[in-house]
Design a protein. Sequence first.
Length: 298
Amino acid sequence: MSTTLAKLIELYISYLGNTKNASPNTISNYSLWLRRFLGFVGDIDVNSIHPMQIMDYRKHLIDDLHLNIKTINYHIIAIRAFLKFCIRHDIPCISPDKLEISKTPPREVHFLNDEEIEKILQAPDEREKAAKKRIRDNAIIQILYGSWLRVSELCNLKLTDIQVDSNQFSVVGKGRKLRAVFMTKSALEALQAWLAIRIWEGEYIFSGISNNQKSFAGNKPLSRNAIEDMVRHYAKLQSIDKKVTPHTLRHSFATTLIKKGADIRSVQTLLGHSTITTTQIYTHVDDKYLKGIHDLMN
């Protein structure tokens, strides 16, 4: 069996899809990162990879491609996972543990205060004149905030995923894990209002609307970029002087619940986080909130 890098990377990418059941996004990213490494070192034997080559590669990612630390870490993690695959299949290579992951600054969470949340939730009704677009956009923003869906999950939401008279449904999230999703009353009412005027045969709940407001984009879902642009647009119209993305709305609702005393484990489950460590960042946000309250008393 050939142990050259190109052949083994091809086998590994196939393994991710066929054996690990990785998501299309994961497969696409790992393919990009590993083939980028292949392009740098050439189609060498995997056993000849040396830690110093990894250091040179890291320097290339910094100096030539100008990637940030977090993105570079993704590249290194992909190589480590690939080497673990090789070892698992008795193919000699360097230990993945020899590839170091750089420390990154603590993750910064962007969230909106109560006044800003109210502004963004009211934005479509206050700023959009076209009826169909107003009702659709209102449903999107209400659901992003009131159900904690990731934007990719919202894009892929289908009629078969929900029950119109229920505030609970299931989605397949990161890592292809199934989780329960709950909507606020406002989000459910906004969704019902949208479905009441949704008049095309496509399976996706949200799609584009033509410029003349008379037709829909059929079976094509609204893109991630379109939703991100929409949220930014409404935030700007409402004079919210912060970086506002769909994920900001998710963060904001989680932060609100933590501030109101929600159990961290429950928040973890609702967000679909694999580990409690990811969710704990919201407790730090809450600490800052509590310190602000304390400072008011001084």
